[in-house]
Design a protein around this ligand. Sequence first.
Ligand code: SF4
Ligand code: SF4
Length: 328
Amino acid sequence: MNKVVFFTDLQHLHDAVDYFDIKSFNQKKIPVKMHMGETGNKYFPKPELARIVVDELKKNNSQPFLFDTTVAYHGARHSKTGYLQLAHNHGFTMENVGCGVVIDNSGIPTLVEGRTYEVAEHLYSATHIFALTHVKGHIQSGMGGAIKNFGMGGVTKETKIKIHHGSRPIHQKDACTFCGVCAEVCPFNAIKVENDSWTYSEPSCFGCGVCVDNCTHHAMKNQDADMQFLLACSAKACVSGKNVLYLNEVKRIARGCDCDPGAGPIICPDIGYLMAEDPVAIDKASLDLINKVKPNVFEKINKISPLKQIQYGEKIGLGSSSYELIKL
Ligand code: SF4
Ligand code: SF4
């Protein structure tokens, strides 16, 4: 069974690391895969936490660098230079975090479950990775955790677009009751239902797949596949065959993700930190701890079950949701 270590005080980070095979990280270049914040967002992982992780990796003679990829939408993080400048503005400087920042804009095609995902070059070439993930709500996955950190954050913008487009809806008029639920749950007002008319604006559609998920009449299907399945496959493309240590920061749990300038409000009190070697186990443990305090909070607010990505991850062999929680 997977070990998932749970602690609330960062002074325990060293003890948590001791539970795992950190010695194999010795002398290796280690991408610390993390989100360094979108313009206007205030909940992303902070440089102070990155510094603690970097120092811990250096104690083990590793050579860490903070790492992320460019994004598909317009804004500072669309380009390498823009993202590097934003990371600097957010305090991710050599002086503050003790290592450099690398942003990838290109990747290597990797086949998982019949589809190709372009894995960011520095992840593809790494044998060892440290995943620093901020756990929060997410409009397209219910919750954003370790699976999401790689499934969307570890691949090129071309693959990000492909995942989003693959999750767009195809409407099947014959099965539609025109109940309007899909229009109600769409976060981008891309669907309009009036009387017996159903209209859809593709330019407004973000490709989250939430409408398909909420149609109980099976009158919609995804253009390619369920977003949660594609994310789990994409995460597997990034981490399969590698030694990855996952740290989930389950704090500042906002409704939306770190890409969203208006991600608030906070929907659950702070929980703490979890560490594991399995992305499925650590996300399941994070979700279970959150659900204990705020039952089904992500599903209620974001209209999509965060369990789906975990179940798909288990199904395709990304990891296992069985875990033993070790409290420090
Ligand atoms: S939720 Fe399904 S049945 Fe209802 S309007 Fe949308 S497509 Fe039609
Ligand atoms: S995929 Fe998402 S953004 Fe697109 S229509 Fe459906 S709910 Fe709206």
